[in-house]
Design a protein around this ligand. Structure first.
Ligand code: IPD
Length: 276
C-alpha cells in the first residue's frame, strides 16, 4: 500500500492540493481577513480562510482518495479504510496570515500508523507530504526514501556547525502557562547559540531547516498538523528529528538539526527543563 510508487504519488497529490489551496488563501488575504473564532486563548485565532481552506482540502482529498482518513487542524476528522490518514493544516502561521506577514503555509501529509521508523509521538508516520508557502510560491515536498525537494530541486538539509554558531528557529504556544515555561527554557538556550528566529509557522521553520536557511529548530506543544509534512521534509533533507531522551518527537518536544546539533540541543533543553 505504501510502496515507493505510492508514496511518490502521494507527494504529488499533497503538493498539488497544497498549492491549489494556498493560492486561494493568498487571494483571500488580499481582500481582507475575518477572525471566525478563538481556540486555546484569545490570541489563538481561526480565520474564515482557515475554515474555507480546510473545506477545500477535505473536498480535494475526498475526490482523489475517497477511502483514506483525514485529520485537520480546524476539526476535519474522518476514519478511512486504507490505513492512510491525511493530516492537514490549512494555514500554519495563522497569526502571520492575520497580520499579512509572509511566513504562513498550507501543509498536507499522508500518514500511516505502523510504528515504523519516523513514527511521531501521536503514533503517526508521514510517508509523503508538502508545504506550500503562498507568499513566496515555494513548494516543499518529500516522500519517504525519496529525499526532500523545493520546486523539484533536492534540498541540502542543515549545514554542520557548532552550537555557538547555530541559527536556531523556535516557536511559542498560545497559553500563558506554556509561554512562561518556554521563555524560561529560552533564557538558558539563547546565550549559547548564534541567535534565534521566531518565524511564526512550525511548518515553515522545518522547511527552512531542510533548505539550510536555519541550522536547527525546537518547539514544545506542536500538534500533528503543525509538523506532519514538514518533519518528513526535514528528515528527508538529512536532518535528525528527535524528542527528548528516548521519547518520540512530537507534542512534548520536537528537535531538528544535524545529528550533532540536535543532540547538543537536546542536552541543553533537558538542562533547562531540569532547572524549572
Ligand atoms: C502555530 C505555528 C507557530 C507555532 C505554534 C503553532 P497555527 O500554528 O506553527 O509557529 O509556534 O505552536 O500552533 O496556529 O498558526 O496553525
Amino acid at each position: 500500500m505504501t510502496d515507493s510508487v505510492d508514496v511518490a504519488a502521494f507527494a504529488g497529490i499533497a503538493g498539488s492540493l497544497a498549492r491549489e489551496v494556498g493560492e486561494v488563501i493568498r487571494a483571500k488575504r488580499a481582500v481582507g481577513v475575518t477572525v471566525a473564532q478563538t481556540k486555546s486563548s484569545l490570541t489563538d485565532v481561526v480565520t474564515a480562510a482557515d475554515q474555507e481552506a480546510e473545506r477545500l482540502l477535505a473536498a480535494g482529498l475526498r475526490r482523489l482518495r475517497p477511502d483514506d482518513g483525514l485529520l485537520g487542524e480546524e476539526g476535519a476528522s474522518t476514519t478511512g479504510t486504507t490505513g492512510v490518514t491525511w493530516v492537514v493544516d490549512p494555514i500554519d502561521g495563522t497569526v502571520n496570515y492575520l497580520y499579512d506577514l509572509p511566513a504562513y503555509a498550507v501543509s498536507v501529509a499522508a500518514t500511516v500508523e505502523d510504528g515504523g521508523p519516523g513514527t511521531m509521538s501521536d503514533g503517526r508516520r508521514a510517508v509523503a507530504g508538502a508545504v506550500y508557502v503562498p507568499t513566496s510560491g515555494e513548494l516543499f515536498t518529500a516522500w519517504e526514501g525519496g529525499g526532500a525537494h523545493l520546486d523539484g530541486e533536492r534540498l541540502p538539509g542543515p549545514a554542520d556547525t557548532e552550537l555557538g554558531r547555530t541559527l536556531l528557529a523556535t516557536g511559542f504556544g498560545y497559553t500563558v502557562e506554556r509561554r512562561t515555561e518556554q521563555v524560561e527554557v529560552l533564557r538558558h538556550v539563547l546565550p549559547r547559540v548564534r541567535d534565534i528566529r521566531r518565524m511564526g509557522s512550525a511548518a515553515v521553520d522545518l522547511c527552512m531547516l531542510a533548505a539550510g536557511r536555519v541550522d536547527a529548530y525546537y518547539e514544545r506543544g506542536l500538534q500533528p498538523w503543525d509538523y506532519a509534512a514538514a518533519a518528513l521534509i526535514a528528515r528527508e533533507s538529512g536532518a535528525v528529528v528527535r524528542g527528548l531522551g528516548d521519547a518520540l518527537p512530537g507534542e512534548e518536544l520536537l528537535i531538528a538539526g544535524t545529528p550533532r546539533i540536535s543532540a547538543e540541543l537536546a542536552t541543553l533543553i533537558e538542562e533547562a527543563y531540569r532547572g524549572l
